[in-house]
Write a protein that binds this ligand. Structure first.
Ligand SMILES: [Cu+2]
Length: 156
């Protein structure tokens, strides 16, 4: 590393926390997440899932490109679909675009947040933080309450 590069790196190290703080306030404006919920798990042997409504309150399309949480090794947006012969399967949904003003629902039987390889059990009454990654590089933190194992919606 030459001295010039080192000076630049030092300047970036100082600038970075400010940049993160600045984008944190912009983030909050673009999407609004409501009615987040998930179900308790039995241990960590099976994946968990989380559900919520994500509304784009900006004037531009917003792309959801991924998820992160310290609860699971791998979190993805999945889509459940039904084949012609009635077999249900699910796969990564890829980028999910939300039009300005539109709401995308993550709900049982449709799009959902899949939490694979849980690092700890999902205990009723607790909550976890799910980061929603947006296509423009922003991310939004959502606190997801863990409901009972038989919950069917955010009110249960
Ligand atoms: Cu899934």
């Amino acid at each position: 590393m030459n001295p010039r590069t080192m000076a630049w790196a030092a300047a970036m190290a100082l600038a970075l926390p400010l940049a993160i703080a600045a984008s944190a306030s912009a983030r909050a404006d673009r999407i609004v997440v409501e009615n987040a919920w998930s179900r308790a798990s039995i241990g960590t042997g099976r994946p968990g899932a989380a559900y919520m409504e994500i509304r784009n309150v900006s004037e531009e399309p917003v792309g959801l490109i991924g998820l992160e949480t310290d609860l699971a090794e791998n979190a993805q947006i999945h889509r459940t679909s039904m084949s012609a012969d009635g077999v249900s399967s699910m796969a990564s949904a890829g980028e999910v675009e939300i039009a300005p003003g539109a709401t995308v629902a993550l709900e049982p039987g449709g799009l959902h947040a899949m939490l694979m390889r849980l690092k700890r059990p999902m205990n009723r009454g607790e909550s976890f933080v799910l980061m929603i990654l947006l296509s423009d590089g922003d991310e939004v933190a959502v606190e997801v309450p863990i409901l009972g194992i038989a919950a069917r919606g955010p009110q249960d």
